[in-house]
Design a protein around this ligand. Sequence first.
Ligand code: UT7
Length: 319
Amino acid sequence: MRSVLLGVGGHLPERVLTNAELAKRLDTSDEWIVERTGIRERRIAADDEKTSDLACVAALNAMNAAGREASDIDLVIVATTTPDLTFPATAARVQAELGINQGAAFDLQAVCSGFIFALATADNFLVRGQAKTALVIGAETFSRLLDWDDRGTCILFGDGAGAVILEAEDGPGDRGVISTFLRTDGRMHDLLYVDGGVSETNTVGKVRMVGNAVFRQAVEHISGAMLEACARAGLSIDAVDWFVPHQANQRILDGVARKLGIDAQKVVSTVAFHGNTSAASVPLALDVAVRDGRIKPGQLVLMEALGGGLTWGAALVRM
Ligand code: UT7
């Protein structure tokens, strides 16, 4: 039994926030942001636009691409750090909005690694025969967690959603999820966190990050996760056609590619146009490269991410 990736979809809110706009109200500049991160602009959800709204549009795009309807889907996983409400799960709202009236729906919290964790979770459900067709979404209104006076974090993040349809397939063929690798090291909890929450402060809180320490951890652990996912599949990293990384910082993408000797042409980068959208960034980048024809059926794609927790992981998929 394999989990075949049938379709991908993305969605970004309309409002564009440029570096120049940020530089008007913060001690920063377009030059600094572009040079240190590669980010040129990010999208910000409207006041009345919720994570579930972004998730539903991305999900419908993925369902259209996959040729699947609400009645086909029996598992919904939403990876998000910015749920509509503390409970119930944003996935429950998404399930209802999309008219999916069967199966389970739940949220998964692994911050920027959320989509990789959700993909691996869905793969396990499908391979175990506990669901047939899964809708896996990464969706965030991350702007709501930002301290707009902290130039070390607020320039990095944005809002958006991406989704895939995974379906259990039996029999011959080599398409689908080949291997996954997930890791959490809670000892690095304080490198990237939100200083509020239901149980500890009874507030929502704002993002706090030791940026340069996270940066160093990212290059090391992302490289390790990519090698591990390939090793588990018995494949060399040279066999991979496309690398679809979490879009946090262009310098992290470049650092990982250099460390592993990867041709930069094979790395899908969309960070310039939406910044770090946390759990949404991997499926958003995947969607762009599938739609523009770079990623073709049969090709080997390696996705990866690192985020708060710290969490990190990678997933190797034959499209
Ligand atoms: O998705 C989860 C994972 N998150 C990440 O991957 C983020 C990882 N970290 C980063 O992307 C980078 O560390 C940052 C972009 C956040 C910062 O870049 P850096 O090259 O690591 O800079 P730094 O934190 O070492 O700071 C260097 C200088 C500091 O000034 P001083 O102390 O040298 O005078 C900062 O205050 O850059 C300053 N700085 C800025 N200057 C202009 C920090 N942010 C800004 C800014 N504009 N926006």
